[in-house]
Every structure is written in C-alpha cells, then in structure tokens.
Write a protein that binds this ligand. Structure first.
Ligand code: NAP
Length: 502
C-alpha cells in the first residue's frame, strides 16, 4: 500500500496497524503481506512476540491441542517433541515463523496502545499510544487475544498478604518453591497443568477450588525421532496427522458443544469417562466428591491430565472447597473460620474476558460509536466474528462469535481467508474503504443466536459452571456456533455485498 498524505491528517499513513504480536496478529500480517500490503506496523505491549506463549511460562505449561494441529497449516513444524508440545516449543515456533515470514521488522515492542479513533474526513484510523504518540493508518486490526488480561481475585485483604504472590501469567522464573507452604487459588486448565508440577517441591500445598473442572485422560507421548524425520521428508504424512487431529476436535466441538440436543449421550459418556478416571486415580471418596463437577460437560472448558488427580493423594496436598472470606498477611481464612497458613500465594485465577476485553483497547468508530460501550449496551456481536457496522476498515479479530473450533488456528486461518477475500475484491474494484452493512451483521447475529439454541450452553445444565464462555448478560457469545469447516468455507464465500465498499 503506497504511503499517502492528506489535507487533514499530517504525517505518514500506514497501510495497516495490527495490535498484538501473537499468533493472531502474525497470521493477519502474513495475509496482508501476501496482498502486497507491506507498510504494516505491529504494536505489542510485551517485550517480545508470541502473545500467550511469550507471557505464560508457569511450570507444566503445554499446549492441549495436538501440536500437528495447533500450528499454521502453511507452516508445519515436523519437530514437535511431543504430541502436546511444551510451552517453550510453541514460543520457539512463533520466533521461527516471525523470522521466516520477515515479520520482526514490522514489530514494535513495549508499546501500549490506549485506543484508536476513526477519522471520517480523512478516512483513516488514528491510533493513540500510551506514551502520547499517534500513528495513522488506512486499516486497523486488533489481535489482542481472549485470554490476555490476567484476572486478580477481589478477595478482602489480598493486598495485605506478606508472602510471595504471583499470577500464573506473570510467573517468576527465579522463584524457588522448595519447602514453601503454598496455596493455589483456581482449578482451571492452568491449575491442572501447574499443580502436579509444583506439588513435589512444596512442603505444603492447599488448592482452593470454587468450581470443579471436568478432567479426562490424556494420551500424550514423545514423537519418535523417526516419525519427526518422516514428517520432515514427506510433509504429506504430517498433514494426515493434522487431519486426524482436526477431525477429532471438530467432532468433539460439534457433538459435545454445538449439537448437544442430538448428542447429549456424548457429553454423558465424557462425564462417565472423567469420573472413572478420577475413581482410578483418587483414593479418598470425599476428595472425589469434591472434585466432581455439578454442571454438564462442555458448559465450561474441560481439560485432560493424567497427573492432576493423583496429586491429591499426597499427604501434604489438601483440597479446600470452603469459600475464602479473606486473606491475612500469613494466611487464607475460609468461611468455617479456619486459617490456612501460607507463605506463597499462586493465583491460577485466569483472565478477565468480558469486562476488560472486548475490545482490549478503546475503539471509536464512525458517529462516535464506542465499540466496548456499544457491545455492552446492545449485544455482543460481530459479523463473521471480524467486522462491526460503523467501524470502517477495521478487523476485530477477537470478537464475539469469532472463536471457531477448538484449535485457535482454525479461527486464525478462517480470518486470514476472510480478509483476503474482501481486500482482493476491493482491489479489483479500485476501492479502499469497507464497512459491513447493518443488515448483514443483524442476519449473522440472528443465525448465531438460532444455532446456540441447540448447544450445551442453552440446553445443558450450565448455571453453576461459572464459564467464561458466557458474558455478563448470561449469553454464550464467545464461541462461534458453526462447524469449523462451515466457518472456513464461509470465509471464502461470503457475499461481498455484505460490505459497503467505496
Ligand atoms: P480459568 O479457566 O478461567 O480458571 C480460573 C480459575 O480460578 C477457576 O477455577 C476459577 O473459579 C478460579 N477463580 C477465579 N477467581 C476466583 C476467586 N475470586 N475465588 C476463587 N476462585 C477463583 O483460567 P485458566 O486456568 O488460566 O485457563 C484459562 C484458559 O486458558 C483455559 O480455559 C484454556 O482455554 C486456556 N489454557 C490452555 C492451556 C493449554 O492449552 N494447555 C493451558 C492453560 C490454559 P470459578 O470457575 O469458580 O470462577
């Protein structure tokens, strides 16, 4: 995209500004570069690229989507060491992609973006940085992630705690846990990976669980060198492995989540499998009872592990389900009056999606429409999970209904395809402005609402799940309720007339 200047806006106008240098932002940059949009700036608040895989470094971190599937389809990595690669390999893969696709030159690290405003007169986005600078761009893309704003629990007295406090997304690599008396608050997918890793080092560990998580067995293992060599020599073989992984995930998503009405037997079977797994692994019946969720499988993100449950058999590990009332300088106090003395407090409390994300920065579109405010006052919505009326030339990659399938790469690649289709059509017509129409957006929202009617979110027993799939209005607006194959096909076929182009 050639640099342009304008009577109204001074200075250089970039082709595109992308906020976020994780897998989503990098995928978007690759898509734009393929369209010869080269004047791209990628802004990243952290000091390096990789998003989640740069920020999260807690012990036990690994992907829980098969690695052959959790990667860009156009950039397979034959050398994943395990079926579910550890976090450090994901970060190394991000680095490799950035280097190979020459993305680093676009990236600026340690840059906090406060917000962006559409300038209708100049037909550009003005991006405001926290240090007071501004950037001007033709296209704006936000790839700020879903799980990127760590959530700190609002427990009275937490600020008075005298020992070490750390959130899993802000792990301290130098922290020596040996001999400590620690508490972990939270039992989500992160805690399930973390707890078995840290327990052996600790003198005492108390796990504070508010809501139990469904945990099924994990079939993991190293990828033998010979198989890695085969993947490298004949990439088709790894595509087959990827296809199998994707197929299983798709079946899981469609059956267990989207088509609950027809397939609830599947969810019930998964619950039985998880309970049997626990029965084999946890000796104490009372602990088993506490670890058993009281909501339908699928309402909340389940996980799998072979070493989470057995951790609770260890005499120095305690599971506490009595609600926490306050934190004192050296203890957690529960509702029954018990003081649990600790010197280390690990917050595996996850991320805030619906209050501080959607969007992660302030976005002001045409007619002063504030995206965050509009979403909250109306409904969370975005056409095809990427575009919103009154926000011209803006792709919001982490939108309501954008997350398609279980592997995030199915979302990323659908969105790359959507952008490519739209921008290619625009180039053919010689236009540079797009804005999704109100009708197309309303139709998409109505369809998503309809589809949700068949899902576990509507028909399952989800009220006690406290699932982040649901927003503050109790609507399950995170996941896109269509098959990933359907979403991918649509990304290449949506009517161009769903956008007003000029
Ligand atoms: P999470 O699933 O949101 O879990 C947070 C946990 O903290 C929940 O058990 C929650 O209890 C608890 N909690 C939060 N505030 C609390 C409070 N004030 N008092 C008591 N408990 C509180 O977060 P996460 O485990 O970090 O996982 C987030 C997501 O990241 C996962 O669902 C997954 O999508 C992704 N993830 C992926 C992997 C992987 O691929 N390997 C690994 C880790 C995470 P309630 O449920 O009662 O709110």
């Amino acid at each position: 995209m050639p640099a342009q200047t304008d009577h109204h806006v001074h200075g250089h106008i970039h082709g595109a500004v992308i906020v976020g240098a994780g897998f989503g932002g990098m995928g978007a940059a690759i898509a734009l570069r393929r369209l010869d949009i080269d004047d791209i700036v990628i802004l990243e608040r952290e000091d390096d690229l990789g998003g989640t895989w740069h920020v999260n470094r807690y012990p036990g971190l690994a992907v829980d989507i098969p690695s052959a599937t959790y990667s860009y389809s156009f950039e397979p990595n034959p050398y994943w060491s395990r079926m579910y690669a550890p976090g450090a390999e994901l970060k190394a893969y991000c680095d490799h992609v950035a280097t190979k696709y020459d993305l680093r030159r676009h990236m600026r690290f340690g840059v906090v973006v406060d917000g962006a405003r559409w300038d209708e007169e100049a037909q550009v986005w003005i991006v405001n940085l926290h240090d007071g600078q501004t950037l001007t761009t033709r296209y704006l893309l936000t790839a700020t992630g879903f799980l990127s704003q760590p959530k700190l629990p609002e427990i009275p007295g937490i600020e008075t705690f005298d020992g070490t406090v750390l959130h899993t997304a802000k792990w301290d690599d130098d922290l020596d846990l040996h001999g400590r008396r620690a508490a972990v608050i939270g039992t989500g997918a992160t805690a399930v990976q973390l707890i078995p890793e840290i327990a052996p080092k600790l003198a005492e560990l108390t796990v504070f669980q508010r809501t139990a998580i469904w945990v099924t067995p994990k079939s993991d293992g190293p990828v033998p060198r010979r198989l890695q060599a085969l993947y490298a020599r004949i990439p088709f073989t790894q595509r087959v492995a990827r296809g199998i992984g994707s197929g299983i995930l798709e079946a899981l998503m469609v059956a267990a989540v989207l088509k609950y009405r027809r397939f609830k037997l599947f969810n019930q079977t998964a619950e039985r499998v998880a309970k049997k797994h626990m029965a084999r692994q946890v000796r104490d019946p009372e602990t088993r009872r506490k670890l058993t969720p009281d909501y339908s499988f699928g309402c909340k993100r389940p996980t799998f592990s072979n070493d989470y449950f057995p951790t609770f058999n260890q005499p120095h590990v305690h599971l506490e389900t009595t609600p926490i009332v306050r934190i004192e300088p050296d203890a957690i106090v529960t509702e029954d009056g018990a003081r649990h003395e600790i010197d280390t407090l690990v917050l595996a409390t996850g991320f805030n999606l619906w209050d501080t994300n959607f969007p992660a920065i302030e976005i002001i579109g045409r007619e002063d429409r504030n995206l965050g405010k509009w979403w909250r006052e109306n409904r969370f919505q975005a056409y095809e999970g990427v575009a919103v009326p009154k926000f011209p030339n803006y792709f919001s990659l982490n939108s309501p209904y954008s997350y398609s399938g279980l592997s995030y790469f199915t979302t990323i690649e659908s969105q790359m395809k959507h952008m490519t289709r739209l921008l290619t059509a625009m180039r053919r017509r010689g236009v540079s402005r797009f804005e999704v129409t109100e009708e197309a957006n309303a139709e998409f929202l109505a369809r998503m609402k309809r589809n949700l009617g068949d899902s576990v979110f509507t028909l399952g027993s989800c009220s006690t799940a406290r699932s982040y799939y649901f927003n503050q209005h109790g609507e399950a607006t995170l996941l896109r309720p269509t098959s990933t194959i359907g979403a991918f096909r649509e990304a290449g076929r949506f009517p161009i007339s769903d956008y007003a182009l000029s």
